[in-house]
Design a protein around this ligand. Structure first.
Ligand SMILES: Nc1ncnc2c1ncn2[C@@H]1O[C@H](COP(=O)(O)OP(=O)(O)O)[C@@H](O)[C@H]1O
Ligand SMILES: [Mg+2]
Length: 311
């Protein structure tokens, strides 16, 4: 853990090499505002091709990761920090890589009987697009195994659109996840330390929660608290904490669920969730009494190396 307090030098990592670089800069801006308010010494580092030499020359005491998606949320940046012995915020290398991979996460969680929509996989280069006989038929959801912000995802309501959806998703990853479409509503649960905050119900005004509905102001209604019974809210929170533990996540995460026939089904875990002041995790935290600066201070104070404390 970072124990030097405000005297330490923080490297705020933003941008990145993936599809979510712009989204990441928004998180970065919000983090920077908090660092100023909290009186930390910091440097903003664009996580471009020169990230490693920049980290070596800056020698920060802690990396505050404001990145999302590929090369960031998937263990890559965590591996760099591990190698350079720079404690970093959020989950470790394996937990990040696992949670980024929607297919392997579902396989692991299924082992622990966590409900998740039925699924199949298409492997580019092994399975033939023309003859691929998928066990899951429309209505289904087709997604790249490792992406974020709904990039490359299609909801397929009619079988005739299945092939185009597979083609699109396989542009973003070698493996494509095909999931049974579940009815909703959609709920996301933010976890910080060992506390699950009140879930937020997500209701896009049109269609599903795609990139546009995620980042266009007013396109989606958010219900905090959700329109669910206290019992269902408790069930969602308990499930989120269980998933957090099974995946060995560290300090914070946002876990997405969809209700299906009245019960929560796991969709995915976000290990570096959007963190502007209006993003979902900070909103849920604020609702339950944790303000934004407190949240960022907590991230920094709990930054660590996976191999910390072992020989
Ligand atoms: N099995 C499913 N059934 C219905 N809708 C889904 C399903 N899986 C995903 N979705 C919709 O697609 C959105 C994005 O999917 P998700 O797996 O969370 O990917 P991302 O990592 O891009 O956020 C979800 O927020 C939800 O609206
Ligand atoms: Mg999601």
């Amino acid at each position: 853990m970072c124990s030097k307090g405000v005297d330490m030098k923080i490297a705020l990592l933003q941008g990145g090499l993936g599809q979510e670089a712009e989204v990441s800069r928004n998180t970065g801006k919000a983090f920077e505002k908090a660092l100023v308010a909290l009186n930390y010494d910091y440097v903003v580092i664009e996580a471009d091709d020169n990230l490693i030499p920049k980290l070596i020359s800056e020698k920060p005491d802690c990396a505050l990761i404001a990145l999302h998606g590929k090369y960031a949320e998937d263990g890559t940046v965590q591996g760099i920090c591990e190698y350079l012995k720079i404690p970093y915020t959020g989950s470790g290398l394996l937990a990040s890589a696992l949670a980024m991979d929607k297919l392997r996460t579902k396989e692991v969680l299924s082992f622990y009987d966590i409900p998740t929509p039925k699924f199949a996989v298409f492997r580019r280069g092994e399975d033939d697009l023309e003859s691929f006989d998928c066990s899951i038929k429309a209505p289904c959801v087709v997604k790249p195994v490792r992406e974020g912000s709904s990039v490359g995802i299609s909801i397929v309501d009619e079988q005739k659109d299945f092939k185009a959806a597979l083609e699109l998703a396989s542009r973003y990853d070698r493996h494509v996840l095909i999931e049974e479409k579940v009815s909703g509503p959609e709920c996301t649960v933010s976890v910080v330390k060992d506390q699950a905050f009140t879930p937020i119900e997500i209701r896009p005004k049109q269609g599903f929660y795609d990139y546009k509905n995620k980042y266009t102001k007013g396109a989606t209604n958010y219900l905090l608290p959700p329109e669910l019974s206290d019992e269902k809210i408790r069930e969602l929170k308990d499930l989120a904490l269980k998933v957090f533990k099974i995946l060995d996540l560290h300090h914070y995460a946002r876990i997405d669920f969809m209700m299906h026939n009245g019960s929560p089904y796991f969709i995915e875990a976000n290990t570096l969730p959007g963190c502007t002041e209006t993003s979902l995790l900070p909103q849920a935290a604020a609702h339950d009494g944790v303000d934004f600066n407190q949240l960022i201070d907590g991230l920094i104070k709990n930054a660590r190396l996976d191999y910390e404390g072992v020989v």
